[in-house]
Design a protein around this ligand. Structure first.
Ligand SMILES: [Zn+2]
Length: 547
């Protein structure tokens, strides 16, 4: 209904020739200045938890101060700190001694990320012995040499087999090494999400093996302890407020983080280590719009609304900053009328002027509110869904109406070439003016009614011939894929999958992570029937699903 109404309105939308006023051209200069600084190489791609992100947050803070915003982070600061789970790390209690010699945990040995933790254990053992209640020292050489010729060989499967065998024979720990010339590619994968093994699993590097226990018949005095813990990065949202003593508040948001050098595996360009991803469109553009809207909305001295401006961090890691904010809000969320999200608003096409407007289904009133904006030179491609790959999703999940402004994907998306000189600053100004008018034109002062919408699929679904119709929780740090939302009339819903379920296995494929889940999905085609192993409230369930 909303779509139809809005679509018919488009036909009357007359594109006016634009003359740029002095104040507008000044605003364009400001936008450019913000984007050029935020996307400069000095900020190294603003990866959450880095110095570049910190510099960006300082810049935003200084602008918020210039506008005269009230700090709405914590402790009278504009910053709202939060931590990001960054996988696993080997803690200092981890030791390995052989015949009284202490090995170096960085180059001589390391526990595998799924190893059980253990306090100090002592044993006398030998690679030639495999006894109950003793650590086993297992050489991977033969299997690696045999496997080299097989296209299906997988080192992780081999290790899993060795662990299984060791457990069956009640070994107390597994110490792996490789005496062959075949490269084994074993390393400490900090993002590993495999189930924790019941016994410690330690890998001895080639150098240490040659140095300390080359003799496979000898007995060795060993001591070992393993402690693996969670690694964290710390990050900040930047939050500022205009308090007009009004009953309702409008939230405006844009994420300011980007990919850094692509260390988190989210670059679209493969093999580009050491290249800065500047993120001019994604999302220095939205951040600069946020800063200028703060200036504009401070000037109007609204009596109807208070305004909360949030520059989110760690959006690129899975909306971490906005999820943290809605769980730890610094204003009363029940008084938030709606949330406006700007993510990638710098690439408006000058001739088509088409912009995607998401979230229009989150309130039945959006249609008339949007139609009431007179000074509108944009053409909207409407998306009713309140969810999508950006921060408005977090607010939608708290039953808050949202609007999401997005000028579209392009060939520089998530690549080092997303640079400031490719942005359409005049186009960005049109979007800012639209948002300003949308807010000011509203004379009703009434709270929008919230409506639930369909779930939008994650952007990767196009590469697959099937999907389950779930929205994965990208911030879930456990093993498996935690379901954040389930789409109506899709396979997962029909099979009875619920939000909160953890998908552990799809057919024969274990799905320990979202990436693993995507891999598994790509193996199925439409009409295929298979079983899904899910964990619901710590109970394992097996359900049938038809794609
Ligand atoms: Zn992005």
């Amino acid at each position: 209904m909303i779509r139809f109404l809005l679509f018919s309105l488009l036909c009357f939308n007359i594109v006016q020739a634009q003359k740029i006023s002095k104040s507008d051209s000044r605003l364009i200069t400001y936008l450019k200045t913000h984007v050029e600084y935020l996307s400069s190489d000095g900020l190294e791609g603003r990866r959450a938890g880095t110095q570049g992100e910190k510099l960006a947050s300082e810049y935003i803070t200084s602008k918020f101060k210039e506008v005269g915003l009230v700090p709405k982070g914590i402790n009278d600061s504009f910053l709202q700190p939060f931590t990001i789970n960054d996988g696993k790390k080997i803690l200092p209690n981890t030791v390995f001694k052989i015949n009284q010699v202490l090995l170096d945990p960085t180059k001589d040995f390391f526990p595998l990320p799924f190893s059980a933790n253990t306090n100090l254990q002592k044993a006398l053992t030998s690679p030639s012995l495999m006894e109950k209640d003793q650590p086993w020292m297992v050489d991977l050489a033969q299997d690696l040499t045999d496997g080299a010729s097989s296209p299906h060989f997988d080192i992780n499967n081999l290790i899993a087999e060795k662990i299984k065998k060791a457990i069956e024979h009640k070994s107390s720990a597994l110490i792996l090494f490789n005496s062959s010339q075949t490269v084994d590619n074993i390393y400490f994968e900090r993002k590993d999400k495999s189930e924790i093994s019941p016994i410690p699993v330690i890998y001895i590097t080639k150098d240490a093996y040659l140095k300390y226990f080359k003799d496979s018949e000898a007995s060795y005095d060993i001591e070992y302890a393993v402690e693996i813990g969670d690694a964290f990065r710390s990050s900040n949202n930047v939050v500022g407020y205009i308090d007009n003593n009004a009953p309702l508040t409008i939230v405006l948001g844009a994420h300011f983080d980007h990919l850094g050098y692509g260390e988190d595996g989210n670059s679209m360009l493969r093999g580009t280590q050491n290249m800065i991803h500047n993120g001019a469109d994604d999302n220095a553009s939205g951040t600069s719009a946020l800063l200028e809207l703060a200036f504009l909305l401070k000037k109007i001295k609204s009596k109807q609304y208070n305004f909360l401006f949030i520059a989110f961090s760690a959006e690129e890691l899975g909306l971490n900053g906005s999820k943290y904010f809605v769980e730890h809000p610094t204003v009363d969320l029940s008084k938030v009328n709606y949330m406006i999200n700007m993510d990638m608003v710098g690439r408006l096409n000058d001739s088509s002027r088409v912009i995607t407007l998401g979230g229009v289904g989150t309130s039945p009133q959006w249609g008339e509110r949007i139609a009431a904006v007179k000074n509108n030179n944009l053409k909207f491609r409407y998306d009713s869904s309140g969810t999508g790959p950006s921060d408005h999703t977090s607010f939608y999940r708290k039953d808050i109406p949202v609007l999401f402004f997005f000028t579209g994907l392009h060939t520089d998306y998530h690549k080092p070439s997303d640079d400031a000189d490719k942005l359409n600053y005049k186009g960005e100004l049109m979007i800012i003016k639209f948002i300003q008018d949308l807010i000011i034109n509203d004379e009703t002062s009434e709270k929008l009614v919230f409506t639930k919408t369909r779930e939008q699929q994650t952007s990767t679904s196009a590469r697959f011939s099937v999907s389950m119709g779930i929205m994965p929780d990208y911030t879930f740090s456990g093993s498996g894929v935690r379901v954040d939302g389930v789409s109506d009339n899709r396979p997962a819903k029909k099979a009875g999958v619920l939000a909160g379920d953890i998908v552990k296995q799809l057919g024969d494929y274990k799905t320990t992570s979202v990436e693993g889940y995507m891999q598994a999905l790509s193996k199925f085609k439409k009409g295929d029937q298979t079983k899904v192993v899910i964990s619901r409230e710590n109970k394992e369930l097996i359900i049938e699903i038809v794609f």
